[in-house]
Each structure stands twice: as structure tokens, then as C-alpha cells.
Design a protein around this ligand. Structure first.
Ligand code: PLI
Length: 459
């Protein structure tokens, strides 16, 4: 008998729906012009399928909503804080917890606590807010990700890995005391949601231990990284996502978390560390920037939803369906010949805009242009992850990243497979008419994180 394949499917059913507005091409043309061709400046009402980000856009479960009703809104010592602390210890294993309003709140505090002027912070590719906080604290980020990560067509399964030789040269050049920590992201966002392997992380732990350098983990998408380890790394096929997540965390000294991604909440984040001294200083600082250390800018109900979301986020069936949907979209786009970053990553499909629009030079913003064209075609909102996102160096020069990508980010538990079909077909239509697409010029550039608010005009 022929073996019939077993498809993945969502481990939930839909209890409530949000109706979407359909728009015409003429309406989208107008909306796009008003938004300065920046998809961040569109009104969400004018968007049909919103793939801008997976941050804060996931659907909460009925249990999380029930948790919201159990918020203890005391100024100090909220019950929900203690629940969250217990869950963070159980699921991730970090000792001390400081809640923050979102990930960058934790990055700000951590950078201020650990970085001194002139310090070097090596990491497996930059992330926008993370690097900016490191720079604002007086540090300099140095990319030590493996070269494969900068090549969209390289299919190495762990493109989030650290090149240990690059790190060794940095230690040699600057000396370990100048390196307060190595900044390690699981599921490297800017590389296309690419995972780091457990083997690489273990080797990194051994090297950093030798030099007394901390590893700080950007654990925003740690469960998604764990899925790739389970699927692709030798010795992990029979391990649960939960146990892999805990093992990853155990190889690091502390973490910043944007709970708006993996942890399935609309707002929230935290800093978690094992070192009491770091905790003490961060706890002191959180009251300046975020709020008391038992709420850190969050309502009690937000902390409760986060605690429940963290538990759901490490479910094997949840992650299998979550990444199954991303892979479904990616394979469909590849079927139409659309050039995407490979292997398919955890939180979205990253289209290679340099390859999609080879006639548009990087300083005419191919990825920004393509994101605008996608919206025009179908009302699907995507995001630029290229030269605009990369921004400028502290000396004012532009960063020119090798990767010039458009991110089709999939919110968790929000869209259906039929939506994925519509998205892939729209990308295919834009690809068909790619030769006629012209680039853009930037007409307004904000000082910080320019991709959020920059404005463009068509050439
Ligand atoms: O958006 P925040 O402040 O909660 O978190 C910042 C942040 C830190 N690290 C990583 C890897 C992120 O992806 C991240 C935020 N990402 C956004 C907003 C995104 O659209 O990918």
C-alpha cells in the first residue's frame, strides 16, 4: 500500500474572527502615496493581509484572554508577576526576572548595565534596536555570524551560527576585558529567521568561558530556533521543544526577550539573568525607565497573558504548525520562481530584492520598492529589511548590508492557508512585471531607526 503523507494542521480552532476591509487598486495607490511609500506609515485598516511583522500581532488563546481577566493591578507585588517569574524559571531556567514594556526596554537596561564606552559587542548579525542600544551605551557592534548567513542562496541549515574564528580574532585584537558579552540571537531575524545549532552554541560557551565573557541571548524567537534543532540537528529528533529551549538557555548567562513574538502576546518583554549583581543593577535601573521591578511598564493582566503564552509557545504541535505554515508559503513562492532566502526560516519568508529587481541599485532601495509594489498589487503589507533598516553608522555613513530583503512575516495563529495562497499569487504577479518597476529616493530621513518613519518618492 502507498504511504499517504500526514500533513500538519493547526492545533486549535477559530472562536472569533476580525473582518477585513477589501480595497481597490486606486485606493491602495492613494494610500501608498500618502504613506510616503513606506509600509510602516500605512493605516492598518487599509491593509488586507498584514505581514509587516510577527511582533505583537499574534492571536491569543482563550486561556490567555481568561488570564487577562485575572490581572492583579496592584502597583507593587502583583500576583501575575510572581506567576510570570515562576514560568520563566520553569521554561527558560533563568534565575532573575525583570519585566519590561517590550524587548527594547530590556535591551536599553541591559546595555546600560553591561556596556562601557569603547566596548566591543560581537553578535550573530545585528538587530536594529539591539545594536542601537549597544551604540547608545558607548559600545560597538561587530558581526561574527558565519559568512553563509550573508548569502541568500546558501542552504546551510544553521545560518545563525557564530564563526568562532571571527570571534577569536576580535578577542585577540581587543582583549576579553573589552568584550562585556557576546550578543546571540536565536532565529536570527535579519538573516531570515535562521537558527543557531546547539553544537555551535556549546562551542561558543566553551570559548567564552575560557575568556570569562558572558553570552547574552536575544531569545525573542527561541522556540522557533528549537524547532529547527529538533528537525535538523543530530541527536535532537526525539527531544521536546520545551527541553531544547531550556538547553539553549542553559548555555547562556542572561537574556532579553520581546514577548511579542514567540510568547504570543500583543505587548510585553523582559530581561532575565543568572548573575545576582547584574540583576541588582538592572532592578535599580528599571524603576527609572520602565516602572517598578514587579511590573516594568506592563499591566498585571499583560504579565498573566505572557506567562500563559510562554507555556503555549513551547508546545510541539504549536511550533510544528507555526513553522509548517511559513514553509507552505515559502514553497509556494518558490514554485512561482520568486527568489527567497533559503533555507526557509522560522517567522516569515524573506524575498531577495536584489535578485527580484536586479536593475535597481541598492541606493534606490529595491526592497523598499518591492514592499510598496506588493501592497499595491493585493493589499498585502510586507516590510523592508535592507539598506533602509540598516541605517547609518555613528559616523553618519550608510551601512550597506549584503542582504536586501523584503520580509513577509507571518503572525502566529492569525491567517489561514488560503491567505498564504493569495500572498504567493500576488508575489508571483509582481514578479511577472518586475522589469517595469522603478526605484525610489528617500525624501525624509529620521535620525534613529529610520525605516519606521522615512518617506520616499518614486523615481
Ligand atoms: O519590538 P521589541 O522592542 O519588543 O523587541 C525588539 C526586538 C529585539 N530582538 C529581535 C530579534 C527582534 O526581532 C525585535 C523586534 N522585532 C520586530 C519589531 C520585528 O518586526 O521583527
Amino acid at each position: 500500500m502507498k504511504k499517504i503523507k500526514q500533513s500538519w494542521a493547526e492545533p486549535y480552532k477559530i472562536k472569533m474572527v476580525e473582518l477585513l476591509k477589501m480595497t481597490t487598486v486606486a485606493q491602495r495607490k492613494k494610500a501608498l502615496k500618502e504613506a510616503g511609500y513606506n509600509t510602516f506609515l500605512l493605516r492598518s485598516e487599509d491593509v488586507y493581509i498584514d505581514l509587516l511583522t510577527d511582533s505583537g500581532t499574534s492571536a491569543m488563546s482563550d486561556r490567555q484572554w481568561a488570564g487577562m481577566m485575572m490581572g492583579d493591578e496592584a502597583y507593587a507585588g502583583s500576583r501575575n508577576f510572581y506567576h510570570l517569574e515562576e514560568v520563566v524559571r520553569d521554561v527558560y531556567g533563568y534565575k532573575y526576572l525583570i519585566p519590561t514594556h517590550q524587548g527594547r526596554g530590556a535591551e536599553n537596561i541591559l546595555s546600560k548595565v553591561l556596556i562601557k564606552k569603547g566596548d566591543i559587542i560581537p553578535g550573530n548579525m545585528y538587530f536594529t534596536t539591539t545594536r542601537l542600544h549597544q551604540e547608545l551605551a558607548g559600545g560597538k557592534f561587530e558581526d561574527v555570524i558565519i559568512d553563509e548567513a550573508h548569502d541568500p542562496e546558501n542552504t546551510f541549515p544553521f545560518k545563525g551560527n557564530v564563526d568562532l574564528n571571527k570571534l577569536k580574532s576580535l578577542i585577540k585584537k581587543h582583549g576579553a576585558p573589552k568584550i562585556p558579552y557576546v550578543s546571540i540571537a536565536t532565529s536570527v531575524n535579519m538573516a531570515g529567521g535562521q537558527p543557531i545549532s546547539m553544537k555551535n552554541l556549546k562551542e561558543l560557551r566553551a570559548l567564552t568561558k575560557k575568556h570569562h565573557i558572558r553570552i547574552i541571548h536575544d531569545m525573542t524567537r527561541v522556540a522557533e530556533n528549537a524547532y529547527f534543532i529538533q528537525q535538523k540537528e543530530k541527536g535532537y529528533a526525539d527531544r521536546s521543544i520545551k527541553s531544547i529551549v531550556k538547553e539553549i538557555c542553559s548555555l547562556t548567562d542572561g537574556a532579553t526577550m520581546s514577548a511579542k513574538k514567540d510568547a504570543l502576546v500583543n505587548i510585553g518583554g523582559f530581561l532575565a539573568v543568572n548573575d545576582y549583581d547584574v540583576y541588582e543593577e538592572a532592578r535599580n535601573m528599571v524603576v527609572v525607565y520602565e516602572g517598578l521591578h514587579t511590573y516594568g511598564g506592563l499591566a498585571g493582566r499583560d504579565m498573566e497573558a505572557m506567562a500563559i503564552g510562554i507555556k503555549e509557545s513551547v508546545g510541539d504541535e504549536h511550533i510544528k504548525a507555526r513553522i509548517g505554515q511559513v514553509i507552505y508559503l515559502g514553497e509556494k513562492m518558490m514554485h512561482y520562481g520568486v527568489p527567497i532566502v533559503q533555507p526557509i526560516g522560522g517567522h516569515g519568508i524573506f524575498v531577495d530584492a536584489k535578485k527580484f529587481l536586479p536593475h535597481i541599485p541598492q541606493d534606490q532601495f529595491p526592497a523598499q520598492t518591492l514592499a510598496a509594489e506588493m501592497y499595491l498589487d493585493s493589499g498585502v503589507r510586507t516590510m523592508e529589511r535592507g539598506v533602509v533598516s540598516a541605517g547609518r553608522k555613528p559616523n553618519g555613513e550608510n551601512y550597506y548590508p549584503k542582504l536586501e530583503l523584503v520580509r513577509f512575516t507571518i503572525p502566529r495563529r492569525v491567517y489561514t492557508q488560503a491567505h498564504m495562497d493569495v500572498i504567493a499569487e500576488s508575489a508571483a504577479r509582481v514578479y511577472e512585471r518586475r522589469d517595469a518597476i522603478k526605484g525610489m529616493k528617500m525624501v525624509y530621513e529620521p535620525k534613529y531607526l529610520r525605516f519606521f518613519q522615512a518617506r520616499f518618492e518614486k523615481l
